[in-house]
Design a protein around this ligand. Structure first.
Ligand code: ADP
Ligand code: ZN
Length: 516
C-alpha cells in the first residue's frame, strides 16, 4: 500500500503534517534517520507508517509506559498488530505478544529501554525478524540532558548487532544533543537529518470570506496572469466550470480531478510541469505526485477540510524559495459541508472528534486576530514572531473589546449546563420565546434577552471567534453542545478582557460561516 493510502485508511488523516512526508519516505526506504520535530508535531506517525509499509517487525524504544500503552491502544483500534512489553503487563498480554511474534503477525513492538539490559531481548528481536528500530525521545541518550536514561546507551549496540536501520526522534533541537545522538546511536555516522522548521517564509498567506467567490478567484488569478498556479475546489464539477471561466478571462487553464481517466490526468500533470503559466483547477487529487518547484500561487475556492490539508496544499507553492502567494476563501456552506462530511463518515467517534478539532483549528486560522503565520506555526508546536508577510500583518484587522459579548455567551452556556449548541444559545441571548425555551424555563434565566445589541448572524460570528480562540469547544457526542475551556474562566471572572474582530462580525450580517 502506498504511503498516502496507509495515511488515509489506517490513520484516518487526509494530509501529512509539515515534515512528515519526507521523514516517512526516508524511514520507509530504510535510511538511518534523525528527525527533530516539536512536541505535538506528529512524530509517532513517522515510524508507525513506515513500520506498516515495511516487512517484519519494528521495535520502538520509548521511555514512557503510559505513552506506549496509548499508542498501542490506538494502533490496535486501527486494526494494526502492535504490542508493548512493559513491566505493567499481565501474563496474558505478554503471551499474546509472543504468540503474535511467533506467527509473524506483529508489526510494532514497543518496549522500555530497560528491557535491553536483559540478554534475551536481542536474541528475541533477531528471531522475530526485526527490520527497523525506532527510538522515541532520542535525547534521553544525552548524558548532559536532564532526561538521561542510561539504558539508551545500549541502543547503539542493538543496532549494530541487528544490522537494521534506525530512526531516532526528538523534540530537542540544540546542536550538542544532536551531536550526542549521532555519536551514541549511529556510531558517529551522519543519518539523514530532518530539522526544518515548518515555516515557509516566502509564501504569503491570506484568507477572505466568500463574497462572490468566482469573481474573487478571477481577480486573484487576473493579478497574476501568466504565472503558474493551482486553484483547489471542493467538487469535481466546479473544477470544470471554474477552469472554463478562467479561459474565458484569457488565462491558460485546465481542470483536474480523480474522475478523469488516468491518461488525461497524466497529460495534465505533464503539461503543468512543462508549460509556463498554466493554471490547474483541481480537487485535492492534484498535487501529491506533481513535482514543480516554481508554482507561484495557490488559491482555495473552497475551504480545505483541515489545517493539515491547508498547510499541505499551500505548501505546494514556491518550493524554489521565490515569492509565492495564496488565498483561501471560506463561507458558511463550506463549514456546513465539512462538518457533514465528518459526521457522515464511517470513522469512530474519537476520530470524528479529532477531525472537528482540526477543522476548528482551520476556522481559528481563518478568523485569526493577528499574524496568520504565528497562528499556523503555533498549531504545529512552533513559536514565531509576527511575520510581516500575511494579510493580517499587511493590514491589521479592525477589532473591538468583545469582553461583554463573550461573557454573555459564556453565561448562557454555563447557565444551561453546557448542554446546548449555538442555535439554542442565541435564542436565549436574543430573548426568543420558543417552545423549547419556555418548556425548560430558560426564559427566566438572567441571560435571557440580554444580547439584543447583536443579531443572530453576528452572534454566530462571535461564537465562531470564541471557538477559534479556544474559549469554547463543541462536544461531538452531544450534538455540538458548547463547553467552556479553562482559557475562558478569567474572562468570565472579570480578570481578563478579550478582543474580537469587527470585520467578520459586520460582514456577518447575512453572511459569514455558520456555527454549529
Ligand atoms: P509528537 O509525538 O510529535 O508529540 P504525536 O505523534 O503524538 O506528536 O502527534 C500529535 C497529534 O497530531 C496526534 O493527536 C496525532 O493524531 C496528530 N497527527 C499526527 N499526524 C497527523 C496528520 N498527518 N494529520 C492530522 N493529525 C495528525
Ligand atoms: Zn504575519
Amino acid at each position: 500500500m502506498s504511503a498516502a493510502t496507509l495515511l488515509r485508511d489506517v490513520f484516518g488523516f487526509d494530509a501529512f503534517r509539515p515534515g512528515q512526508e519526507d521523514i516517512v519516505t526516508a524511514v520507509t526506504q530504510g535510511r538511518n534517520t534523525l528527525a527533530i520535530m516539536p512536541t505535538g508535531g506528529g512524530k509517532s506517525l513517522c515510524f508507525q507508517l513506515p513500520a506498516l509499509a515495511r516487512d517484519g517487525v519494528t521495535v520502538v524504544i520509548s521511555p514512557l509506559i503510559a505513552l506506549m500503552r496509548d499508542q498501542v491502544r490506538a494502533l490496535k483500534a486501527a486494526g494494526v498488530e502492535a504490542g508493548a512489553l512493559t513491566s505493567g503487563n499481565t501474563d496474558e498480554e505478554t503471551d499474546a505478544i509472543w504468540q503474535a511474534l511467533e506467527e509473524g503477525r506483529l508489526k510494532l513492538l514497543y518496549m522500555a529501554p530497560e528491557r535491553l539490559a536483559s540478554g534475551g531481548t536481542e536474541r528475541m528481536l533477531r528471531r522475530a525478524n526485526t527490520t527497523l528500530i525506532a527510538v522515541d525521545e532520542a535525547h534521553c541518550v544525552s548524558q548532559w540532558g536532564h532526561d538521561f536514561r542510561p539504558d539508551y546507551l545500549r541502543i547503539g549496540q542493538l543496532r549494530r548487532s541487528l544490522g537494521v536501520p534506525l530512526a531516532a526522534f526528538t523534540a530537542t533541537a540544540d546542536a550538542e544533543t544532536q551531536v550526542e545522538i549521532i555519536e551514541k546511536l549511529f556510531d558517529g555516522e551522519a543519518p539523514a537529518t530532518f530539522l526544518h522548521g515548518f515555516d515557509r517564509p516566502n509564501i504569503h498567506l491570506a484568507f477572505a470570506a466568500k463574497n462572490g467567490p468566482r469573481a474573487q478567484i478571477l481577480d486573484f488569478a487576473g493579478a497574476r496572469k501568466g504565472r503558474s498556479g493551482i486553484v483547489y475546489c471542493g467538487t469535481r464539477a466546479k473544477t470544470e466550470t471554474l477552469a472554463q471561466a478562467l479561459r474565458e478571462a484569457g488565462h491558460s487553464a485546465t481542470h483536474y480531478h480523480g474522475g478523469m481517466d488516468p491518461e488525461m490526468r497524466r497529460q495534465t500533470e505533464h503539461r503543468f510541469t512543462t508549460e509556463d503559466g498554466l493554471i490547474v483547477v483541481a480537487t485535492v487529487a492534484f498535487g501529491m505526485g506533481v513535482d514543480k518547484p516554481d508554482i507561484r500561487w495557490v488559491a482555495h475556492a473552497d475551504l480545505p477540510k483541515s489545517i493539515e490539508a491547508y498547510y499541505q496544499e499551500i505548501g505546494r507553492a514556491g518550493r524554489d524559495g521565490a515569492p509565492a502567494e495564496t488565498l483561501t476563501l471560506y463561507g458558511p456552506e463550506d463549514i456546513k459541508l465539512r462538518r457533514a462530511q465528518i459526521d457522515e463518515g464511517m470513522a469512530p467517534p474519537e476520530r470524528r472528534m479529532a477531525d472537528h478539532g482540526r477543522l476548528n483549528a482551520l476556522l481559528g486560522l481563518a478568523e485569526a486576530l493577528a499574524c496568520r503565520r504565528t497562528t499556523l506555526l503555533g498549531y504545529f508546536g512552533e513559536t514565531a514572531q509576527p511575520c510581516g508577510h500575511c494579510d493580517l500583518c499587511d493590514t491589521p484587522p479592525d477589532t473591538f473589546d468583545g469582553t461583554t459579548a463573550v461573557r454573555m455567551a459564556l453565561s448562557a452556556i454555563l447557565r444551561t449546563d453546557q448542554r446546548f449548541g449555538a442555535g439554542y444559545l442565541i435564542d436565549i441571548l436574543l430573548g426568543q420565546l420558543t417552545d423549547k425555551i419556555t418548556s425548560r424555563n430558560h426564559d427566566s434565566l438572567p441571560t435571557f434577552g440580554v444580547g439584543k445589541d447583536y443579531d443572530r448572524r453576528q452572534w454566530q460570528a462571535i461564537f465562531r471567534q470564541m471557538m477559534g480562540l479556544d474559549l469554547i469547544r463543541p462536544d461531538p457526542d452531544r450534538y455540538g453542545a458548547f463547553w467552556m475551556t479553562e482559557a475562558a474562566r478569567p474572562i468570565l471572572k472579570g480578570d481578563a478582557t478579550i478582543t474580537l474582530r469587527r470585520d467578520t462580525i459586520t460582514a456577518a450580517k447575512g453572511r459569514g460561516p455558520a456555527v454549529r
